[in-house]
Design a protein around this ligand. Sequence first.
Ligand code: C5P
Length: 231
Amino acid sequence: MTRSKLSSGNDSGLDVPVIAIDGPGGSGKGTISIRLAKHLGWNFLDSGALYRLTALAVLKNQISLDNEAALGKTAAGLDIRFESTGSGVVARLDGEDVGDCLRLEKTGIIASRIAAIPVVRLALTGRQRHFRQAPGLVADGRDMGTVIFPDAILKIFLTASDECRARRRHKQLKEKGESVNLSRLFREIKARDSRDQSRDISPLRPAEDAVIIDSTDLNLEEVFSKIVKLV
Ligand code: C5P
């Protein structure tokens, strides 16, 4: 499972199976998706990383969040690369390792703001579909099952209570050395959810044929085994 291999791929593989795992931040979908991709020996798409990389490029080039044309141009012209290393995946923007900034909460907030802009989403659509390569793809995001891969063979919508997601996210950020106040994080997560759910284009919502899993009272193993059974 490498994303570096995928970033140079083509999008001809409509017969390549896709499993879409969508849901709000902190639902555990990232961890589950990576694990499922490894388990199946399939490729993995972290679509949120593409929005986060766009956010970093926007910050780097000091583009105003009101300048939609420039935001779209930035998304379309992104020079990004994912490289697999022994310890994980390195994300590069213009050749530079941006791993330290990619997962910051403030990057997520800007990503969510620009993700509501149609030209940005359009610019990233083709890039996401390029990840569809044999033998299969596990795609993690907000609109994988509804917009990017509507023909996915399995669509999961993973969710959890707001409190639970804020706690999980807090733990994750702490482990990465980012100190964030829990109640502030809770408010930010709610604001990000409501922006993601209420935008006109590709709002966060389960596909009609998605299986909804609430992971509030489940541990990682329990969620994983539920999904493996569905696969
Ligand atoms: O999943 P992650 O927190 O990395 O995503 C950052 C932001 O990117 C989300 O809050 C959402 O606004 C946006 N996003 C999106 N569509 C996706 C993946 C992420 O709009 N498929």
